[in-house]
Write a protein of this length. Structure first.
Length: 515
């Protein structure tokens, strides 16, 4: 762990100095923005919304925009102009414009009082210290042009660097925050990392933002306040919804590596992530609740870097015990290593196909267990008719379609979960009525693995992720299939991993923590 800094930077008087700021009316040019030019007897500053921010090292095309702030308003525009300013900021963040132009209402300028802001370390603060860009649902904020580095010191934000000052579960506004511990302890540690050549980065989940432009701007302003107070070069990655960028998924980290570090290769041994969602159980510390999640620790595992809790990193507490929930991808890695060379024709080694005559095959397995893959193989390679409730929309239609297919002389595979004896009996009745043998193929994929596979399907765009209740419902009604129900035989079908040659993303996701 990098050593702690020994002292805090001197703290100057941070009380704002009043300056006279003249708001100059914009011209009719669509690319112009209003500029605040301020002057006083002792200090002068210029705060504006121009887009002259120094180019970032990011590769994607969208331009870095300074933060947009409500600076003033014209006499006749009143609150309307302030609203327009916020709209300009949202357009710069979400739209395709590079101008950041403000609406021109033609009103005369007004003279207002503007404070000159000084950072806690004594440096004059400027809005153009900040840059913001959006890549899909990922928002990236830069402060003071952080330089690329092989060594990355990365942090969660909530309950890691800061927590809610009011004591509420959720902050009442963007100002409701304070440092997790004494400011000098937190800031000194960060300053020392910066001086030691580490690049400082925040990776934070903020799914509450969603597509709400106002919430995104408000959160950007909160980030602005925090970084202004810290006054150290920082880069912030904000996952605005539940998708590939949300921790523990590796999207934010991969974007940072590819586009956010100037092409500098990461030293994984020296780099680390600090977060509070660490999987610490009940009793890990007296009078402290268990961690609400373990996603921060899993994020570090996916990135291949070290991990600390805030208690360990900032306050030198001993390493706490932890428990990780969900499917351990190391099991998948073991399966994959054992079956890398398995051809498609050998993916179902326990499944035989009836060479003559008809049959009904009833599949049994949880959502995501591989039933559709098996039924597609039976259809494409051996001519079976697939009956699937997702396609037909009701169980009654499935039963009707199965009966019609048997009457046409076709072999049928029932591609549903079929967890209960009552559901399986509906298809056994058809088999008995038409004197056709029925087999049960039981896919024994464990539910945690099935959920893992379902997540991969979602992330690779194959189909939306199923709700957790779908898996719980299957488990609640599942009864082990037996030949006593009337099946000719019950065949266990173990899971065998298989990926198409061009499906590299799915292969990588399979050996990562996804939930």
């Amino acid at each position: 762990m990098p050593k702690r800094a020994s002292s805090l930077d001197p703290q100057p008087d941070t009380r704002p100095t009043k300056a006279r700021a003249v708001v100059k009316a914009t011209s009719n040019s669509s690319s112009a923005t209003p500029t605040l030019s301020s002057s006083s007897s002792s200090t002068s500053t210029s705060i504006c919304t121009s887009t002259s921010h120094k180019p970032s090292q990011f590769a994607p095309a969208k331009k870095i925009h300074p933060f947009f702030t409500k600076m003033t308003r014209s006499k006749s525009a009143s609150r309307h102009d302030a609203t327009l300013r916020i709209a300009v900021g949202a357009q710069a963040v979400f739209g395709d414009t590079d101008s950041g132009a403000a609406p021109d209402n033609g009103d005369a300028a007004e003279t207002v009082d503007m404070p000159i802001r000084i950072t806690p370390s004594g440096r004059e603060f400027h809005d153009d210290d900040f840059g913001v860009r959006v890549h899909g649902t990922l928002c990236v904020v830069e402060y003071q042009q952080p330089q690329p580095s092989a060594r990355i010191a990365s942090f969660d934000m909530d309950k890691t660097l800061i927590h809610v000052k009011s004591g509420r579960k959720w902050p009442k506004d963007r100002h409701d925050w304070e440092y997790l511990g004494p400011r000098d302890v937190v800031r000194n540690k960060l300053v020392q990392l910066h001086e030691d050549g580490y690049k400082l980065v925040i990776f934070t989940n903020q799914a509450g933002i969603g597509a709400d432009k106002g919430k995104l701007i408000d959160f950007q302003l909160k980030i602005k306040d925090i970084l202004h107070n810290l006054d150290i070069p920082f880069q912030v990655f904000i996952a605005c919804t539940k998708d590939m960028y949300r921790k523990p998924l590796p999207g934010m980290w991969h974007y940072f590596v590819e586009h956010g570090n100037g092409g500098v290769a990461i030293d994984h041994e020296a780099s680390f992530f600090v977060g509070d969602a660490a999987g610490r159980p009940y009793g890990w510390k007296p009078k402290v609740k268990k961690d609400f999640a373990d996603t921060d620790r899993k994020f570090a595992l996916n990135a291949g870097i070290g991990f600390y809790t805030p208690d360990e990193f900032f306050f030198d507490e001993p390493v706490a015990p932890f428990e990780l929930t969900g499917y351990d991808p190391q099991f998948f890695a073991t399966l994959l290593a054992a079956t890398t060379a398995v051809p498609a024709s050998s993916r179902f080694p326990t499944v035989t196909v009836r060479e003559e005559g008809q049959e009904i095959i009833v599949l049994v397995g949880s959502p995501g267990s591989g039933k559709s893959t098996l039924s597609a193989w039976l259809r494409d390679e051996h001519g079976y008719t697939v009956v699937n409730q997702d396609a037909l929309r009701s169980r009654d239609k499935c039963v009707k379609e199965a009966r019609l297919a048997v009457q046409r002389g076709e072999s049928v595979v029932i591609d549903n979960t079929n967890g209960s004896k009552e559901t399986r009996a509906l298809y056994l009745e058809i088999a008995q009525a038409h004197d056709v043998p029925a087999r049960c193929l039981h896919l024994t994929t464990p539910v945690p693995l099935a959920q893992h596979l379902d997540m991969i399907r979602d992330l690779t765009g194959q189909r939306p992720r199923l709700p957790a209740v779908a898996f719980r419902a299957y488990e609640s009604r599942f009864v082990q299939p037996s030949a006593d129900e009337g099946f000719h035989e019950v065949v266990p079908v173990p899971f065998v991993p298989f990926f198409a040659e061009d499906d590299e993303m799915a292969r990588k996701l399979a050996v990562m923590w996804l939930t």
